[in-house]
Write a protein of this length. Structure first.
Length: 437
């Protein structure tokens, strides 16, 4: 089964937080073995929602009277602390609905065998974090649609309770009677609205995931993701404009997060999906095409070569012994450490990096990207799969003597390969000569 990592399902105004949002959350319990967490931003948004609902008792009751024929007596629930009690009750009820929505996604995913890390309530609603996600379109479709279906059911359930109020609370005080009608009627409306809003095809919201699943029926996963993300960005811009015209800050915030999340998830998914069956050997620059330098080359000469050959990194090969031996890597930034006037006096050996980060040719291309990101470097030396590597990926001294360099993989190799995938929908490993075999 194909799977990718780190996907998330958002809840209410529900968008996964981008990485820049620092999540500080604490666990409040667990349901069906899934930890339920509260992010500290949720502690701001709960009282805010309670306040917003509390200040809008009149208009909301009016809406329910017109929409549901609720016949709520506003006078009975607008005195004293009642609006705030109702506001808080409705806000807590809304977030219970959000948790149930996320449980809908999570339990469906669990049924397919995908582990769920947690459900977190934060500023923009809820998030179910999955460590793995299906790429089978039927599974994704079912998981994505399960949340909105639960929200509709919660709405119907709230409406059922709302309808029972006259029979059960008919003799209660007007405050309790009208208050219960208000909260339950409002929750019926909110949960159904939640389902509808989440079904907007604004990837990565639920509707966008449904769209991607449907697109993935007939085209590669990477292509389907890009198209769904493009539709998501259009919706984000429309939401942002609507938010601006309506002076709705929440809508602008959601639009912003949808845009960022659509872009970053699309890129990540595209890379992972695109590079699923691609090895380092498929996309590296093979040793035969590699420009190398010798340790005794001067820094001035190195920089001249960098200008004319338009390369910014060279493996350093020592051929003084029998055969060739890889002894280091030299980059433009290494060379620039030497003042221009002194560049004739220094050699490559003086400035090169000998702490070499290597990767085997049969590794996944995605592993190479992750290793470059992890070490903050732009290129990795590719060695034959039989080379012994230490745990952190550096070449051990004993095997470095063998020095069997088969190629070099750089960020630009990766981006070029990604370009090809994005334009053709798939990468054909045979599109480049394989030297690693
Ligand atoms: Zn959802």
């Amino acid at each position: 089964m194909h799977a990718r990592e780190g996907a998330q399902y958002g809840g209410v105004l529900k968008v996964p937080p981008p990485k820049l949002v620092c999540m500080r959350s604490f666990r409040i319990g667990s349901l069906f073995g899934i930890p339920i967490k509260l992010d500290f931003t949720f502690l701001l948004v709960l009282p805010l929602f309670a306040y917003l609902i509390g200040t809008r008792i009149g208009p909301v009751a009016e809406l329910l009277n017109v929409g549901l024929g609720a016949e709520i007596d506003v006078g009975a629930i607008s005195g004293g602390a009642t609006p705030w009690v109702l506001g808080l009750t409705a806000a807590v009820g809304l977030f219970v609905g959000v948790v149930l929505h996320e449980l809908g996604h999570s339990l469906t995913a669990q049924r397919y065998g995908f582990p769920i890390d947690s459900i977190t309530l934060w500023l923009f609603g809820g998030i179910a974090s999955f460590s793995e996600m299906p790429e089978d379109w039927r599974q994704e479709l079912t998981i994505a649609i399960a949340g909105p279906i639960v929200s509709v059911l919660v709405g119907i359930g709230s409406y059922g309770l709302y309808a029972l109020v006259p029979g059960v609370l008919g003799d209660a005080s007007p405050t309790l009677f009208n208050g219960a009608r208000f909260v339950l009627g409002y929750l019926a409306l909110l949960n159904v609205s939640l389902a509808i809003f989440n079904m907007l095809p604004a990837f990565p919201m639920d509707g966008g995931r449904v769209l991607r699943a449907l697109l993935a029926r007939s085209k590669p996963y990477a292509r389907a993701t890009q198209q769904a993300a493009s539709v998501g960005k259009v919706f984000a811009v429309l939401m942002g404009l609507l938010g601006l015209f309506a002076f709705n800050i929440i809508l602008i915030g959601v639009a912003f997060f949808v845009f960022i999340a659509a872009s970053s998830e699309a890129q990540q998914v595209t890379m992972k999906a695109a590079f699923q069956d691609v090895t380092v050997g498929d996309i590296m620059t093979p040793a035969s095409e590699l420009h190398t330098v010798e340790p005794e080359t001067t820094v001035a000469e190195l920089i001249r070569r960098m200008f004319t050959e338009r390369h910014t990194g060279y493996p350093v090969i020592d051929d003084a012994f029998e055969g060739e031996r890889l002894i280091g890597l030299v980059t433009l930034s290494d060379a620039r450490q030497i003042e221009p006037v002194e560049r004739d006096a220094y050699t490559v050996e003086d400035v090169m990096t000998t702490d070499l980060q290597t990767i085997t040719a049969d590794s996944d291309a995605m592993t190479a990207i992750e290793r470059m990101q992890e070490h903050g470097i732009g290129r990795l030396l590719v060695v034959a799969p039989s080379e012994r590597l230490s745990a952190d990926g550096t070449l051990e001294e004993s095997s470095r003597d063998g020095g069997d360099l088969v190629g070099l993989i750089s960020r630009s190799d990766v981006m070029t390969a990604l370009d090809i995938v994005q334009q053709s929908g798939s990468v054909s490993p045979s599109s480049r000569p394989r030297t690693a075999d």
